[in-house]
Design a protein around this ligand. Structure first.
Ligand SMILES: NC(=O)c1ccc[n+]([C@@H]2O[C@H](COP(=O)([O-])OP(=O)(O)OC[C@H]3O[C@@H](n4cnc5c(N)ncnc54)[C@H](OP(=O)(O)O)[C@@H]3O)[C@@H](O)[C@H]2O)c1
Length: 270
């Protein structure tokens, strides 16, 4: 990668995207120009970040150099978008702005940054350990080599899926809200173990190893979920007894409704 890259908001998710690119020498730290809001973050990054990137405070004199970069990653919180001030409105029609802001539509981005071609990206929290899922919707007029460059930005930390924008809300519901749902399931199952007399820490460890093992089994052997269920249920046995309780309590429907609800909520933010 040779282009200069601006990062508007060098927080948790932006670091998760940029750091592996720097670690793998896919981008030169001298080509990365970042903005943060507070002096505290600025000093913290200058002091503690492993790579010698260019970092400035928003609205400082130097911040205009960041806005001169042709490719920008917009990674502030959605509620901070209103504070973003583009310091020099460069009219170059090849300028690209890639937004990872949850729920902010392409239409809103184009309205807010009229001199950029815009890309809307949804990613999820496992990106912070290089295991993210990233959904991309391309705005109009983006060239193939620009798409390739943008995909490279996310490839080191996530798997990439391309979608029309109307599917990004359900992608977000499933993959960005999903980690909280899995967290709740881990917690609840661990509490089940605790109720049965296991130590909390051991119970949680067993649940997580069981989930990892089960998912690997499904992936590695191409088992269908129905085949897996048949493998572990026996007539009058323990597992069918457990599943009956869950069906009776409506867990299956609750999970479906949870995903649809998250997707509908995301649409309300547009
Ligand atoms: N967290 C998640 O699970 C997750 C997952 C996927 C996508 N996202 C999306 O990722 C985005 C960033 O989330 P995050 O968790 O990385 O947030 P974060 O850690 O709070 O980072 C936000 C960054 O933006 C900076 N900033 C704030 N106002 C600014 C301004 N006016 N000009 C320039 N920089 C400014 C902040 O600087 P200071 O530190 O100085 O305030 C900080 O560096 C959000 O839009 C979110 O929707 C989040």
């Amino acid at each position: 990668m040779t282009s200069k890259l601006a990062v508007i908001g060098f927080g948790n998710i932006a670091k998760a995207i940029i750091t592996p690119l720097l670690d793998k020498n896919l981008i030169n730290p001298k080509d990365v120009y970042c903005l943060v809001n507070t002096k505290k973050s600025l000093e913290n990054i200058r002091k503690n970040y492993d790579h010698d990137i260019n970092i400035f405070q928003a609205n400082s004199l130097e911040s205009s150099i960041v806005w001169e970069c042709k490719v920008k990653l917009l990674s502030v919180k959605p509620q901070q978008l209103k504070n973003i001030v583009e310091s020099n409105k460069n009219q170059n029609s090849r300028n690209l702005l890639v937004s990872i802001l949850a729920g902010v539509s392409l239409e809103k981005l184009v309205e807010r940054f009229p001199n950029h071609k815009c890309v809307r990206v949804v990613t999820n929290i496992p990106i912070t350990i290089g295991k993210g899922l990233t959904g991309i919707t391309w705005g109009g007029g983006i060239e193939e080599n620009q798409k390739k460059f943008i995909k490279t930005l996310f490839e080191s930390s996530s798997k990439i899926y391309e979608f029309p924008e109307d599917l990004l809300d359900i992608f977000l519901a499933l993959t960005s809200s999903g980690p909280a749902i899995i967290g709740l399931i881990v917690e609840a199952l661990s509490d089940g173990g605790l109720s049965g007399g296991l130590q909390k820490q051991l119970s949680e460890e067993l649940v997580m190893e069981m989930i990892l093992g089960t998912v690997s089994l499904i992936k590695d052997t191409n088992l269908t979920t129905a085949e897996l269920k048949n493998m572990v249920t026996s007539p009058g046995g323990t597992t069918i007894s457990a599943l009956r309780v869950l069906e009776n309590k409506g867990l299956r429907s609750a999970l479906i409704e949870a995903v649809i609800s998250a997707s509908n909520r995301s649409k309300e933010f547009h």
